[in-house]
Design a protein around this ligand. Structure first.
Ligand SMILES: Cc1cc2nc3c(=O)[nH]c(=O)nc-3n(C[C@H](O)[C@H](O)[C@H](O)COP(=O)(O)OP(=O)(O)OC[C@H]3O[C@@H](n4cnc5c(N)ncnc54)[C@H](O)[C@@H]3O)c2cc1C
Length: 816
């Protein structure tokens, strides 16, 4: 590196010279941001990047991550020629094995989705595996999948190539320059303090790998990640192995095996990993290694020998252990901090940093330069996390489970088993006594389904009908035929208050918020592209007070969105009051009978109109009742201040018993809403979907004064034929199951993917939602007359398609 004078100003400062930081620098420079500085504590690649195994495999859990990996491969293919720096790319392909019927089902579903995302892959036989990998034992192989474009790369060299490309475009990189402080002014980053001096900047990108949590703290930003020990072994040379040997991924043995300079590399993904330095990552850990624990690795290595028996007679050259950062949900952390403008994060790659690095840099650069991500990145957005997750003990316990999850079975309805019980509603013990089987969302323990007396409230995972299928059916039917009680206290409740609250919300929300107190609006918050950033209800409580309600897992995002889009001179404050209120949702045709029996006021259809709210008294207590439904029935959401919740719950349960009241869980909520084709944000709708695509344009108050964010983009799209629309499907085979990402076929042609699916007990088969794209326009006629099938693994299942809900299409039941 030539000695540069240290700058005092920069357009952006990138912290960290691993693959992420160098890729962000490279991509920002390509966008013309040349006044950029990258500060590296020690030396480029000296953190985690230098010792990665360099696997470039494309099929990931989500479309976003798969696309980022695919872009990364494309970039790495051209980088050597572009920069003159060798990258060590070998396009050897990869093979993934399934040893059980369940894993074969999972992978068949997965590779079908991958094909829709443009990934080359095919199912191959055990004999094919044997031919491509003569040293492998294939006697236990149930199914196998070949990804011919996958490969591997030298992580150090590819990072150097990115750094070189960035430098060639004008970026300056300073090594041996740790950042020690981050300054902010009026809620925005303003300067960075480092060992070589202070740089004034309004954009900082935290790419500090496993130190990113500590760097985040310098700015008051939570970056919930934690390092864990991660292993691979390198054997002595083995005859017959060569660079073109495909990477052999063997989830059943939690290992991958690949060639490494005539030797074999065996990578291990432990089921219960060991967190590394939960109290803080040492500042001087450079090109560091962790002394390996041979005893701990022994069983894993023995299992790997079962796959490639020659390993048993081959010496070990190296057992390597290095730290890598993991997150609470196995997805990385990207984007702008929710509480500090101009402070971006790209870290926590869960052992996928090399294979995603190119895509991460591309997305981050666009995000920084344009102010918004170029695609739906919710699954990796830092705003999906919560401040409480930056708890050292929580992270240490959880990452022990996260590390291995990529290689385990990705069961439908799978629940985390570590770091549970973070948030419990005050009604937790009551619903537990009623048989609740809990699942976790945003730290909340929530009843997913209820066991019968004598039945264990526990999941037995599988791809077919679940062990709770009958419980689910009873809960579902109780809501359709009598009345159900859903404990939904996890809902986020946000107060928007002040003289200008109406004006501020009216610009952010699609609906017209100029309504009288007591009215509830259903609305979306849109981005400039017209994409849906949030799906909320807004209840006007007073002339200057609104309550915005959204799902718990979106709370950080929705709060940040509101705060960012309220003008500085608006007299309006946003307060998260989620934990002050419980929510009991009473739904079903007998809900009126139940509530009018115990609560004050007129609950008749005229006395309590759909889409209105009012204070009610139940016993000595009070609650805010909203007449709304997400299940398609007559019903009310009761928002109850926490100290009143237990008596209100007890009164509801006692009065409900003779009416057939049943406790119902989130799985029933999901199947009920699926029958009504109610959309679920992050599955069916998100930042890349407009209300026009999603059939939600009825929420748009087109003519309200001042319009709303995203209106112009929607108006432009409205004049075009609808080439992409959300459609509801019902399978013609009652045994087949839909979860998500199953390809939709129209006359045998792929036209989209299922975004969410669930067994629908009233309709009698699995139902799902999914976008259908067609250049001619997706018309009512095309949907009703087209021959639709859903590709589930290797089977095609005929499906009925509809633009209007298959259950109660006229919507009479909620308004009865
Ligand atoms: C054993 C093992 C095998 C792996 N195999 C693969 C694989 O096959 N494929 C794959 O995709 N991924 C793999 N990974 C994961 C991959 O290595 C990481 O995801 C990736 O390297 C992370 O890159 P990064 O840039 O986020 O972090 P790092 O490479 O750690 O870079 C962060 C940089 O920030 C610097 N820094 C920290 N604090 C400061 C500060 N205050 N000021 C300035 N600079 C600072 C550090 O010095 C460091 O250089 C593997 C990891 C391990 C441990």
């Amino acid at each position: 590196m030539t000695q540069q004078s240290f700058p005092t100003h920069a357009r952006a400062v990138i912290i960290g010279g691993g693959v992420a930081g160098c890729s962000v620098a490279y991509h920002l420079a390509k966008l013309g941001w040349t006044d950029l500085v990258l500060l590296e504590r020690e030396q480029i690649t000296s953190g985690t990047t230098w010792h990665a195994a360099g696997l470039l495999t494309t099929l990931r859990d989500t479309e976003t991550q798969t696309r980022l990996a695919a872009y990364t491969q494309q970039l790495y293919r051209r980088l050597e020629e572009e920069t003159g720096q060798a990258t060590g790319l070998i396009e050897c392909g990869s093979i993934q094995l399934a040893l059980t019927a369940a894993k074969a089902e999972e992978m068949r579903r997965g590779y079908r989705a991958a094909q829709s995302w443009g990934i080359e892959c095919e199912e191959i036989s055990a004999a094919d595996v044997q031919r491509m990998w003569p040293l492998a034992y294939v006697g236990d192989v149930r199914a196998a999948f070949h990804f011919p474009r996958d490969g591997r790369i030298n992580p150090t060299d590819v990072t150097r190539a990115l750094a070189r490309g960035a430098r060639q475009a004008g970026v300056v990189i300073f090594e041996k320059c740790p950042v020690s402080a981050i300054e902010q002014t009026n809620g925005r980053v303003s300067a960075v303090e480092s060992a070589l001096g202070r740089i004034v900047t309004d954009t900082v990108v935290n790419c500090a790998g496993m130190w990113a949590r500590q760097v985040g703290r310098m700015a008051g930003v939570d970056v919930p990640l934690q390092a864990a020990e991660h292993y691979y072994l390198i054997s002595e040379p083995v005859a017959g192995v060569h660079p073109k040997l495909p990477i052999l991924r063997d989830p059943g043995r939690s290992t991958y095996i690949r060639e490494e300079a005539g030797k074999l590399m065996v990578g291990i993904f432990e089921d219960a990993a060991r967190p590394w330095n939960p109290a803080g990552i040492p500042a001087d850990f450079t090109f560091g290694e962790i002394p390996p624990d041979w005893e701990r690795m022994q069983p894993h290595l023995e299992r790997a020998c079962g796959r490639v028996p020659i390993l048993e007679q081959t010496g070990v050259k190296l057992l390597f252990c290095g730290p890598e950062s993991f997150t609470a949900d196995h997805n990385y952390l990207m984007g702008e901090a929710p509480n500090l403008k101009g402070f971006f994060v790209a870290a926590g790659f869960n052992s996928l940093g090399i294979l995603s690095g190119g895509g991460v840099g591309y997305v981050m650069a666009q995000w920084i330069a344009r102010g918004s991500a170029p695609m739906d990145v919710w699954s990796v957005n830092i705003r999906r996390t919560h401040a409480w997750q930056n708890n050292a003990r929580y992270l240490a316990d959880r990452v022990a489970e996260t590390l291995g999850i990529g290689y385990q079975d990705h069961w439908p309805f799978r629940q985390w088993s570590t770091a549970r019980g973070v948030k419990r509603s005050i009604l937790h013990d009551r619903v537990a006594a009623a048989g609740a089987c809990f699942g976790e969302s945003a730290g909340w323990e929530r009843p997913n389904w209820y066991a019968r007396p004598g039945q264990q409230p526990a999941y037995e995972y599988g791809w077919g009908r679940q062990n709770w299928f009958d419980n689910h059916a009873q809960e579902h039917r109780a809501v359709r035929e009598a009345v159900g009680l859903f404990e939904q206290s996890s809902f986020a409740k946000i107060l928007v208050q002040g003289r200008d609250a109406e004006r501020a919300l009216n610009l952010i929300a699609t609906a017209d918020c100029r309504v009288p107190p007591g009215k509830v609006c259903y609305a979306q918050f849109l981005n400039d592209r017209g994409g849906i950033e949030a799906d909320v209800t807004i209840t006007r409580l007073a002339t200057d007070r609104f309550m915005v309600i959204t799902a718990a897992f979106t709370a950080t995002h929705v709060l940040a969105w509101l705060r960012e889009h309220i003008a500085d001179n608006d007299r309006c404050v946003v307060t998260d009051v989620s934990d002050a209120w419980c929510m009991l949702n009473i739904q079903g045709p007998r809900s009126r009978e139940l509530l009018s029996g115990i609560a004050s006021g007129d609950w008749s259809s005229h006395g309590f109109l759909f889409g209105t709210a009012r204070e009610v008294q139940i016993g000595y207590q009070q609650a805010l009742a909203l007449r709304l439904t997400y299940v398609g029935e007559l019903g009310w959401e009761l928002y109850v201040p926490v100290p009143f919740a237990i008596p209100v719950y007890d009164a509801l349960v006692a009065a409900g018993e003779p009416l057939g009241l049943r406790h119902c869980g989130y799985h029933a909520l999901n199947s009920l809403r699926m029958e009504k084709a109610y959309r679920d944000w992050s599955h069916d709708i998100g930042p890349d979907d407009t209300p026009l695509d999603a059939g939600l344009d009825f929420t748009c108050a087109w003519a309200k004064p001042g319009g709303f964010i995203g209106r112009e983009a929607l108006l432009a799209a409205r004049s075009q034929p609808r080439r992409r629309r959300l459609v509801q499907f019902l399978l013609c085979d009652a045994e087949a199951m839909l979860y998500h990402n199953e390809p939709i076929l129209l006359q045998g042609r792929r036209v989209g993917l299922i975004t969410s699916g669930m067994y629908a007990h009233t309709l009698g088969a699995a139902a799902g939602l999914g976008y259908v794209s067609d250049e001619r326009g997706v018309t009512e006629e095309l949907v009703t007359t087209g021959h639709f099938e859903i590709l589930i693994g290797n089977c095609t299942v005929a499906a009925r398609a509809s633009l209007s809900p298959l259950y109660d299409p006229r919507g009479t039941r909620p308004r009865s």
